[in-house]
Design a protein around this ligand. Sequence first.
Ligand code: FAD
Length: 539
Amino acid sequence: MRADADRSRAVGQDLRGLVRGDVLFDEIDRVLYSTAACMFELWPLGAVAPVDAGDVQAVLRYARARGIPVTARGGGTGVAGQSVGEGIVLVFTRHLHRIRGIDPGGRRVEVDPGVTLQELNAALAPHGLRFPPDPSSGDAATLGGMIGTNAAGSHTLKYGTVKDWIESLSVVLDTGEQATFRRGVPVAADAASSPRLAEIAASMRALLEARRDLLERVRPRVTKNSCGYNLFELAGRDGLDLVPLLAGSEGTLAVITGATLRVDPKPVHVATLRILLDALEKVAPVVEALRAHGPSGIELIERAMIDLVRGGDAAMADEVPPATRSALLGEFDGLDEREVDDRAAAAAAAVRASGLALEVRVATTERERRQLWALRKKASPLLERLPGPRRSTRLVEDGVVPPARLADYVRGLERLFERRGVDAFLFGHAGDGHLHVNVFLDRNDPYDRRLMRILMEEVTDLLRSLGGTLSGEHGDGLMRAGYLERLFGPELMGVFRDVKRIWDPAGILNPGKKVPIEGEDFVSRIPARPRPLRRTTLH
Ligand SMILES: Cc1cc2nc3c(=O)[nH]c(=O)nc-3n(C[C@H](O)[C@H](O)[C@H](O)COP(=O)(O)OP(=O)(O)OC[C@H]3O[C@@H](n4cnc5c(N)ncnc54)[C@H](O)[C@@H]3O)c2cc1C
């Protein structure tokens, strides 16, 4: 029996008298919520599946009075350890998963936090609408979790990230008070109804005013960032719109109980370009050439991954020349088939005219598009089958640099992995300078566990030197929280700590995420034991 079994039982008993939702404090529940789609394992005391905001209020009031951590949880697909915690886990997928209303004319939708992206898009489809940010985990990722990490997908270039589509958020604050944050509406206007909100608004305003110069100076010059607290978008604005801060805050500032989101017409047609290049230096000018024609996304596949696919698939070996160093997949979408195809054709012509490409192919039907995407899609199963105890590990998997520095980032990573004797496979969203890295490590090997810390430090330093950030969409969680100071410097880290203190002085909201717990070593939270085989590679 676990040492905290009595405490777990007592807390569960208390909560049964306080909430209407499910109180899940059996050992099996604790096991279930101790892990997520990440390497970490943290046993909660138990979980509560609230039926409404009132239940969330009751849990927060109870937890705050006793200093018990509370971790909000959606689909549990967060990869950086942000959806596990040692106190009470709030499970939103059991009851709070209703779509409360669709306004097709106004192109907006009101959702519970536990609705998955797939469910939302299925409900929007009959209206010809969809929610544009498209993480590839959308079958399980919830809107609450996607707001929690400010998720994105392959089409950020055109559609931005989740924060860009939020109209308003209903939340429960640390004290159990409810509050609503509306995009573009200064918080002060709403503060009269909640003393706690008024306090938060006043403190945030003072902090932003005092640190305006610092925030402008250290703001990462990247197009995508889920690292640290998003204060950069708040500083220098009139009024105090806190929605961009809550997006990506990983449940460390407030718990979301509802959201009103903007939605968009579903594109009726997509065309894809596949461009093969023999030199990394050619990526940036080709990306620039494509951008002139309004692509929705530009994906990059790097050499190790290309060689892996060529080596494992005879048809691909024939189709893709051995000299291929980098491949780009440009996507064009829209509401008019002809217009989309014309743009794709113009982009292809521009790249051909530049003389930079080994080959340019255009696909305008679903079947042709699937063929071009095969170079990317065939990689994941091949990565799974690589021999040896080292497996694809999400560690430094989400770095972003200014797009013009992408080649420097790729070269820097390759040098670093070679020096450390580690295999790695790179792909990503070239239009945003955003790279996903599958690095192969054995978490049961003490040497590799040490290597995890070293790689984290070295990649952080590399990103810092290039003006980048550690996460473009996956967030910080337990894994990156301890490296934010190294990336952003002590001054900005101090401001992040101030933000946390303003919103959650008792430190009960998902502690250890965004702001690290003193002395915490993320590797010690990764169980060193064999796990059942499961999908580990990234989208
Ligand atoms: C195979 C795979 C592919 C992926 N592809 C992508 C991708 O393409 N793009 C991308 O951005 N990410 C991707 N991810 C990461 C992950 O899917 C996203 O981070 C997603 O947004 C998490 O949603 P979730 O519902 O699973 O949230 P969870 O993992 O449950 O939670 C994520 C964070 O949000 C917080 N949170 C959850 N609900 C609430 C709430 N109600 N109030 C406040 N905070 C809350 C949690 O506390 C946690 O900090 C992928 C993951 C996997 C496993």
